[in-house]
Structure formats: C-alpha cells, structure tokens
Design a protein. Structure first.
Length: 221
C-alpha cells in the first residue's frame, strides 16, 4: 500500500518528498500531490513502523540527512500452521465443491483423506459429492483446483503420485490434458486483464502528473 504509506510519512515525518517517493516506489509528483491534498483519492495513512517495514531509527536517519535512502526492515517471521485443516480464504470457499468434483473425476485413486488435506474440506462433503447427494450437486461443475487457487500443482502431483503408489498403478496413470486449454485460456485472460489495468493506471498517472505540472510546475521540493 505505497500511497497510504506515503501519506503517513508526509503527515508524520519531515522526510523529503524524494526520500518518501524512493521508499514507497512512487513518483515524486505523486508524493507532492498527496502532501498538497490534490491526489485523486483521499487516503488513510498506513504506519510503516507498526507494519514492521520501517524503524523509528531509520526515519530519524532520513530526517537528519536528506540524501539518506530509507531501508525497509524485514518483517517478523510468519507463524506457520502445522496442524488442523488447510485454511481457505472466504472468497474461494464456494469453489471447493468444484475442485473436489474435478479430483474425483480425474483422479479417483486419491483417497478422501488426501482430498481433505488438499482442499481443506471434510470427508462428509467429499462423500456427498462422490455419491451425488450433496445439497448443491446440480450446480457443481468440476474445475481444476490448481486453477481455482485451492491447492498448488506440486501438492496435487504429490497426492496423485502417492495414491498411484498405494494402488500399485504408479507409472500407468495417463496424464490428464482435458483442461489444459481451459487453464491456459484462463491464465491468458487474467494476464490480459492485469495488463489492461496497468495501462489504464499508467494513463491516469500521466494525466494526473500533467495536471500537477500545469498547477505547480516541475518543482521537486
């Protein structure tokens, strides 16, 4: 959140616009617009010290020396979950049945326990989808759980390999390529959306920079 961080630094420190722009990865005119309250979007400041991205000592160094470039602090190590079911973001939980159905259809050798670990669901839900007694079975469409973001390709491949060893069919299971085209199409679509959004943001930034130059000139102080 570079713009919100820049807003906090502008309001709470005496760092130069150039220092703030360098730390936040912004153009100096963007920082000036934030300071002049002429930015297109009103921002709520984000404290980089509380976010463990910057120390007060580092800020003090920058305030004492305008030529000093702030160094980001490595945040605290995240605590890794080692027990319990896989956590799935709320936004993706509705996709779980589709991912389960895909695994059941394409890799029936994978056990319910393994599917539960991959997708982060219950065996009761998996059994209901297997025997088509799930309450929403009419709306469940098998979709690759990797494409849905429910698991990684490495984890899925490991589960397939383990299940093949257990069933004695290792090396015999054919590679499923039925959804490769769908996956590639989805990836291409997402990439195109990201590029279009980037172009639009860049165009807006140039327009805003032109407006700022027209109002304030090219001053960098």
């Amino acid at each position: 959140m570079p713009h919100a961080t820049a807003s906090w630094l502008v309001d709470n420190t005496s760092l130069s616009f150039e220092q703030i722009a360098d730390f936040c990865g912004l153009h100096i005119l963007e920082v000036q617009a934030i300071a002049d309250d002429t930015a297109a979007t009103k921002l709520t400041g984000r404290d980089p010290v509380r976010a463990h991205e910057l120390t007060q000592d580092e800020i003090d160094k920058g305030q004492a020396d305008p030529d000093y470039r702030l160094k980001m602090t490595k945040g605290p190590e995240q605590v890794r979950r080692t027990k319990g079911p896989r956590y799935t973001p709320v936004s993706k939980r509705q996709d779980k049945p589709d991912g389960i159905a895909w695994i059941i259809r394409n890799h029936p050798e994978i056990s319910d326990g393994a599917i539960s670990n991959l997708i982060g669901t219950t065996r009761t839900t998996i059994a209901a989808i297997r025997d088509r007694s799930h309450w929403n079975i009419a709306n469940i469409t098998p979709k690759d759980p990797v494409t849905l973001g429910l698991t990684s390709q490495r984890e899925l491949d490991a589960a397939v390999t383990k299940a093949a060893k257990a069933s004695g069919t290792e090396g015999q299971a054919p590679t499923d390529t039925r959804l490769e085209g769908d996956r590639e199409a989805l990836i291409a679509s997402l990439r195109a959306e990201r590029e279009a959004a980037a172009r639009e943001a860049n165009a807006e930034l140039h327009e805003e920079a032109d407006d700022i130059r027209a109002l304030f000139g090219d001053s960098k102080d």
